[in-house]
Design a protein around this ligand. Sequence first.
Ligand code: SF4
Length: 363
Amino acid sequence: MRVNWREINAARNTYAALHAACDQAGYRLHPVRAPEPEVTCYSLNSINYSRYRDEIASASCITVVGGPHASACFREVSGTADYVVVGEGEKTLPALLSCIEEGTSHIPEGVATAEEYHPSRSVVRLDAFPPFSTIKGYIEITRGCPHHCGYCQTPCIFGYRMRHRSIDAIDIWARRYRDIRLVSPNAFAYGSDGRSPCWEKVERLLRVLRGNIFFGTFPSEVRPEFITKKSLELVTTYCANTRLAFGVQSGSDRVLTALHRGHTVRDAETAVDLCRDYGLVPVVDFILGLPMEEEEDQEQSLHLIREIVRDGRVRVHRFIPLPGTPLARFPPRNLIPGAEKLLGRLALQGAVSGSWCGGDTLL
Ligand code: SF4
């Protein structure tokens, strides 16, 4: 049976991971730029789903759709695709391909169709699957997140308990790279429950890896309250990155509390100061237009952005209500007068990047 993978830039790392998992089960995922017989698989997020919906609906082959959007809206997507992989794909996709090949009417756990859905009753153990094989990708070291940030799909898809790839397994895969980039929702939480750091495990990991390690920067950003003297000593001792990327999202404690971010503005300011003390450039994410923002909250965010860009960088995102999240039903707030002008001016200076002009709509 020929199985294809629809090439989509945003899903490149997913392709690497699922290519490896399917390879293990004897299925090769052939990259294609349009649906082709016999089966074509897609991984779509909530931004790009609408772009591919008609293509999937009119495909003359069997279509399988997974990814964040399909996981959150599997009932809707199963009206368009033949099969929807809900949640993690490493176990589910090979099991589904096997059912399709055998022509059974059985639907494996974690798959939805227009007629039925059997939720998965287990989660993937990261060590059981390679992060990539012949299609190279970043090495995912941690999956799941115990935090409840109202805008975020990560815990909704991967659960609230952190699962970690073992140091030995990470080391084996990292040897394929000179520049080692790792995937984690919070790199400094490696080996921990995601709330209380376990520096000993982080240090053991960093000590073992050979190469230029990029840790705490894309795609392994960190949380502000994990930025401490200890974590920065580890980065400056073992790693190649000169920047540290972390999310703050708002300069208002009222908004941070409403978002369930689990840190304060003071935590963020301390993190920025510590980065400077250790010679690292802080790269800080903000979300503007959050549904609970009042004018004063946005002013506080813009004030904090102005403070950070004195020596750091800021990435600003306009709030998008993502399906499956607690804020899914809340529309974005408008930006206050002067916000776009300020951000535009800072962008021209190279201090701010991102997308804050609005106009991103979902379905
Ligand atoms: S934004 Fe980060 S810390 Fe918050 S829930 Fe998502 S992954 Fe976890």
